[in-house]
Design a protein around this ligand. Structure first.
Ligand SMILES: *Cc1c(COP(=O)(O)O)cnc(C)c1O
Length: 422
C-alpha cells in the first residue's frame, strides 16, 4: 500500500464496534477483565489486550500501527512527547556506566537531555560530526549503546550522512536511533536505509496544526536477531527481566524494542500519551503526505525569494540547488522535497530582530511544523544562553533568522517578508 493510503486506513477496521468512520477516542483509564483468568493471561502476555491506559489504549494503538507501517517498521509505541520518545529510546538500551554517541547537529532539547540530564543517570554522550561521520568509528567502544542523530536537523537544517552512519554502526553492532521529526515519515524513512529505531516529536508535522504534544518510537523488523547477535552489548534483551517475572525479550514473538519500553519504561516512568492527543494525531496523519508536499513547495519558493534579496547574506535550505546539502536531499528525500524549515542570515543581529518585529503574518514562535508560518531569532531566544563562539559551532549566527513555513499562500508570505526586510 502507498503511504497516503496507509495514513488513512492502517490499524483500524470500521467493521468492528459501531462502524464509526472516525477512529473512536477511548477516553478511559482502565479496562474491565472478563474474569480472573483473563486478567492473569493479559499480565502474562498469553493474551494481548488493554489493561491500563498508561500501558496501552485502543486509540493510541491505531496510531501506533498506522505510524509503524508508514515508517516501514515492525512496531511503534506512542509516548507523551518527542523528548520522552528520545529518552525512552536511549534508556531502553543504556544505563549507568554506558555511553552513547550523538550528532553535533541536534534539537536544543535533545542536546540538554542527552548531554546533561542523562549524565545524572551515569550515561555519557560523545559527539560525532554528522556531515561526514568522519570521527564516528573511533568513538565506539564496548560500552557504546546507541548512535543518535537527526535525519534533517532542527535548527541547523543539515542532513546527516545516514548511509555512512549506518554502515559504521552495523560493522560494530551498535544500535542507530534517528530523530525523523523534521523530514517526516512522508518524505523520508530511515528504516529503509538500515536505521534500527526511529523517533519523532509528533507535536510538529504529524499533528500539523500545533494542537497537541506527542512522541513516538518505531523499530525495524528483526531487532531480536540483532540483540542475539550482539548479546554482550544488549544483554538486557537476552537475559531474564527480574522486573517482569523473568521474561526474556528475544523469546517473545513481538517486536522487542517497543515491548521493553512498554513493559519497563512506560510502566515505571509513565510518560503515556493521552488518548485524545492520539486522536488529534490520527487526524493530522491523514493529511501528512499532502501537507509535506505543499509545505516543501512553499518553502522552496520562499528560499528562492530570500536568496535573490539584496539584504539577505545567505540562505540555508537543502531544497535549493545552490545548497551544499542539495545532493543529499535528492538522494534521501521524496523527490528532493526538504520540508518546511529555512533559515537566512540578515545583515546584523539588530537587523534580524527588526525583521522579526516587522513581520505581520509570521508569528514569533519557537515551534515548527504548524500550518501557520512561524519566525524566530535563535540568538536572542532559543540559543540566548549559549556563548557566541559556541553558537557559531552549533551552526547559529547572531544574525540568523529561522522560518517554519506553513500552508498559507506563498505570495502572501513573500509580501510579508518583503515589507519586513525593507
Ligand atoms: C520538537 C522536537 C523534539 C522534542 O519534541 P516535543 O514533542 O516538543 O517534546 C525533538 N526533536 C526534534 C527534532 C524536535 O523538533
Amino acid at each position: 500500500m502507498q503511504k497516503e493510503t496507509i495514513a488513512i486506513h492502517a490499524g483500524y477496521d470500521n467493521k468492528e464496534g459501531f462502524g464509526t468512520m472516525s477512529v473512536p477516542i477511548t477516553q478511559t483509564t482502565a479496562y474491565a477483565f472478563r474474569d480472573s483468568e483473563h486478567a492473569a493471561n493479559l499480565f502474562a502476555l498469553k493474551e494481548l489486550g488493554p489493561i491500563y491506559t498508561r500501558l496501552t489504549n485502543p486509540t493510541t494503538d491505531v496510531l501506533e500501527k498506522r505510524f509503524a507501517q508508514l515508517e516501514g517498521g515492525a512496531a511503534a509505541i506512542c509516548v507523551a512527547s518527542g523528548q520522552s520518545a528520545i529518552f525512552y529510546a536511549i534508556a531502553n538500551v543504556a544505563e549507568a556506566g554506558d555511553n552513547i554517541i550523538i550528532s553535533d547537529k541536534l534539537y536544543g532539547g535533545a542536546v540538554t537531555l542527552l548531554t546533561h540530564t542523562i549524565k545524572r543517570f551515569g550515561i555519557t554522550a560523545k559527539v560525532f560530526k554528522s556531515a561526514d561521520a568522519s570521527n564516528l568509528e573511533e568513538l565506539i567502544d564496548d560500552k557504546t549503546k546507541a548512535i543518535f542523530f537527526e535525519s534533517l536537523s532542527n535548527p541547523q537544517i543539515a542532513i546527516t550522512d545516514v548511509e555512512k552512519v549506518v554502515s559504521i554502526a552495523q560493522k560494530h553492532g551498535v544500535l542507530t536511533v534517528c530523530d525523523n521529526t523534521v523530514a517526516t515519515a512522508a518524505l523520508f524513512n530511515p528504516i529503509k536505509w538500515g536505521v534500527d529505531v526511529v523517533v519523532h516529536s509528533t507535536s510538529k508535522y504529524t499533528n500539523g496544526q500545533g494542537s497537541a504534544i506527542g512522541g513516538i518510537v518505531v523499530e525495524r523488523d528483526g531487532l531480536a536477531e540483532f540483540f542475539k547477535a550482539n548479546s554482550k552489548r544488549y544483554y538486557h534483551f537476552v537475559q531474564p527481566d527480574a522486573s517482569y517475572h523473568g521474561l526474556v525479550y528475544v523469546d517473545v514473538p513481538l517486536p522487542n524494542f517497543c515491548l521493553r519500553i512498554r513493559l519497563n519504561l512506560l510502566r515505571d516512568i509513565g510518560a503515556a500519551q493521552s488518548p485524545f492527543n492520539s486522536w488529534l494525531l490520527i487526524q493530522g496523519l491523514e493529511t501528512l503526505a499532502i501537507r509535506m508536499d505543499k509545505v516543501s513547495d512553499n518553502t522552496l519558493e520562499i528560499a528562492k525569494f530570500l536568496e535573490a534579496h539584496p539584504k539577505v547574506k545567505s540562505v540555508s535550505y537543502p531544497g535549493l540547488s545552490s545548497s551544499k546539502e542539495h545532493e543529499r536531499a535528492k538522494k534521501y528525500f521524496k523527490e528532493g522535497k526538504a520540508s518546511g524549515l529555512v533559515s537566512f542570515e540578515a545583515q546584523s543581529y539588530e537587523e534580524a530582530k527588526k525583521i522579526i518585529d516587522s513581520a505581520k503574518l509570521f508569528s514569533v514562535v519557537v515551534n515548527i511544523g504548524d500550518s501557520k508560518s512561524l519566525i524566530v531569532h535563535p540568538a536572542s531566544t532559543t540559543h540566548s544562553q549559549i556563548p557566541a563562539d559556541e553558537l557559531v559551532k552549533a551552526g547559529i549566527n547572531p544574525a540568523t533568522v529561522r522560518l517554519s513555513i506553513g500552508l498559507e499562500d506563498p505570495k502572501d508570505l513573500i509580501a510579508d517578508l518583503t515589507q519586513a526586510l525593507a
